[in-house]
Design a protein around this ligand. Structure first.
Ligand SMILES: [Ca+2]
Ligand SMILES: [Ca+2]
Ligand SMILES: [Ca+2]
Length: 276
């Protein structure tokens, strides 16, 4: 039998309710280092999903302690603690498995994400490895809006392209005093957090190939790194962040859907009463 006009309308209403009420989502983030072999690495990427009111840093201003720790030591714990206390309903993670060097990737899935509200905007930050205090991040708290993915979908972002690599301005660019974080198993200089010479500067965009001007840079860069062709003025990104969203209907959505189906069944029975 063909469904009645009423039944068709009911189906349309049920589907509409399902979409409108499906606010929770599973969001999988996969970061892949796409720099050339021998290029820079990226420390474990911190990701925060908020309502637009969490600003990690401002270019031209002194870095917070959270950004200093992230940029100098690859340690997002202060940033994470700040986010947890400042953002109601925020969700965050730091991708696992240590720094990602060219070709390597790392993934994590956040659940119960509200991309229409409390978790609409994405912020990210991570140290560029090796460096004294370089990091990738987004200055604009509302610069990455994920609301269009609330019903499901995919998005890929290029991270660390021209204009998106920053010097935290907290440590002088000098590998002789502080090469990397010993916690990552990269020796040659730093043996603990917050080492190196204070820079007392502001957060600023890195341009060109900064390693060419590092004091003693050539004497301390490990043999498996080749930064001679590196140029932060070019558009090429260090990494790609793939975001995959699966909308998850909330329990009340199922309830409405079942109620709609029940009504459909009742309508069908009324149109075709059982024969005695
Ligand atoms: Ca900012
Ligand atoms: Ca610096
Ligand atoms: Ca410092």
């Amino acid at each position: 039998m063909k469904p009645s006009i009423f039944a068709k309308a009911l189906i349309a209403v049920s589907v509409g309710l399902t979409v409108a009420a499906a606010q929770a989502a599973d969001v999988t983030f996969t970061f892949t280092n796409i720099a050339p072999v021998g290029g820079v690495g990226v420390a474990p990427l911190w990701l925060g999903l908020h309502d637009g009111n969490f600003d990690t840093f401002n270019a031209g201003a002194a870095a917070s302690l959270a950004i200093e720790r992230s940029a100098e030591d690859g340690n997002a714990s202060v940033l994470s603690a700040n986010f947890a206390s400042a953002v109601a309903g925020g969700l965050q993670t730091t991708l696992p498995n240590g720094p990602r060097f060219p070709g390597a990737s790392s993934s994590f899935t956040l659940h119960n994400v509200d991309l229409n509200g409390a978790n609409r905007y994405l912020s990210y930050a991570a140290m560029v490895v090796l460096s004294n205090d370089f990091f990738i991040g987004n200055d604009d708290a509302k610069g990455i809006d994920l609301a269009s993915l609330a019903g499901g979908g995919k998005l890929s972002l290029a991270l660390g392209g021209a204009g998106h690599v920053y010097d935290a301005g907290t440590e002088q660019n000098n590998f002789a005093h502080s090469l990397a974080n010993g916690a990552f198993g990269i020796g040659g200089g730093q043996s603990g957090p917050n080492q190196g010479m204070d820079e007392n500067g502001v957060v600023h965009v890195v341009t060109g190939n900064p390693y060419l001007t590092f004091a003693d840079g050539g004497n301390y860069v490990p043999a498996n790194f080749d930064w001679t062709a590196l140029n932060f003025n070019q558009q090429q990104a260090i990494g790609r962040l793939d975001i995959s969203v699966t909308a998850v209907p909330e329990p009340e959505t199922y309830a409405m859907l079942l109620a709609g189906l029940g009504l459909l069944g009742w309508t069908a029975r009324r149109r075709h009463p059982a024969k005695p």
